[in-house]
Write a protein that binds this ligand. Structure first.
Ligand SMILES: [Fe+2]
Length: 315
């Protein structure tokens, strides 16, 4: 018998990946400096950046400089070829819309409950398909494991893990992303925050939703190889002047270790490692947690500005 071409759940319809996301910023040169310093492979074409990770041709994000305040533009999700037509029919049932003006125009388009454009395309699975060991091997007895500071290698994120967006109604957004795109709820904390995964196997969340008075982009999260890379990346960003953020800490929902670096527009880029993985055949319990008991396991106090939605209000 032939081996399956890709890991997939056979009994349900849904996208497999967050293919990429797009947002606009006031100054594209600031964005280029920030994401290059963060360790991404940044390619600029005029007023547009594409964000990639080292050694991976996939474009994870498009950033457009337009002189206006930072704004989430659209999210793009991808599905297996043979699921695509059924997803197009689902989108049509919800009410398809025109492609976003900043996009490549491919696929089918719909607006989520906040009015944010959502693209669905057929494409390769780029979400995680397994748990990649994130902790380096223990030091060999008799040898020093840490390099000298000057010889430490650059931190290079391996892939996009997830984005977190603001929404005016977390529960309505869950319904939309479940009913139209086939994502599944992983965990939530009341109607304040929710985490959703892909049914064909993905990180604990490839999309997270947090309540606010307006839609918006809160952070993008980039998987790095180790806890050491989180600390090293955070220090290097600090050395280059990107001193604000939150971390080092560990989340409860998703379990990942984190350090968030504040970008020039008040959203964040997260160094993340060891996030929980939900295999394709797993029925994750989708529990409702107490907010005060599930935000983070340990870490510094949360900076006030961490919860501000600069696209329209405070969460
Ligand atoms: Fe995150």
């Amino acid at each position: 018998m032939d081996a399956p071409l890709a890991p997939r759940r056979a009994d349900a319809l849904g996208v497999h990946s967050l293919d990429h996301f797009a947002f606009s910023v006031p100054d594209i040169a600031d964005a280029q400096r920030f994401y290059q310093a963060f360790g991404l492979d940044v390619r600029r074409d005029g007023d547009r950046l594409e964000l990639r990770t080292a050694g991976n041709p996939h474009r994870w994000a498009t950033v457009v400089g337009n002189g206006a305040p930072k704004r989430l533009q659209y999210l793009s999700f991808s599905a297996y070829d043979d699921d695509y037509d059924a997803l197009v029919r689902r989108v049509a049932g919800r009410g398809a819309c025109e492609p976003h003006a900043l996009s490549d125009g491919r696929g089918t388009w719909v607006r989520d409950p906040d009015g944010t454009h959502v693209q669905v395309i057929a494409g390769p699975k780029v979400s995680s398909s397994g748990k990649v060991p994130s902790t380096p091997a223990a030091a060999v007895p008799g040898k020093g494991a840490a390099p000298n500071r000057s010889t430490a290698q650059p931190v290079r994120p391996r892939r996009l893990s997830h984005v977190l967006i603001f929404t005016c109604d977390v529960l309505e957004s869950i319904k939309f992303y479940e009913g139209t795109l086939g994502l599944r709820l992983s965990d939530r904390a009341s109607d304040l925050v929710a985490f959703m995964h892909g049914i064909h196997g993905s990180d604990h969340h490839l999309l997270a939703l947090v309540k606010s008075v307006a839609p918006g982009f809160h952070h993008c999260s980039w998987d790095v190889a180790s806890l050491n890379d989180i600390g090293l990346g955070a220090m290097r960003m600090h050395d280059k002047g990107w001193t604000k953020g939150w971390g080092l800490g560990r989340h409860v929902l998703g379990s990942n270790y984190f350090h968030y670096v504040r970008d020039p527009w008040g959203s964040f880029s997260e160094y993340s490692c060891d996030i929980d993985y939900i295999p394709k055949d797993e029925r994750w319990p989708a529990a409702d947690h107490k907010p005060e008991d599930s935000f983070y396991l340990w870490g510094p106090d949360v900076p006030r500005e961490f919860t501000i939605n600069y696209e329209g209000g405070e969460s």
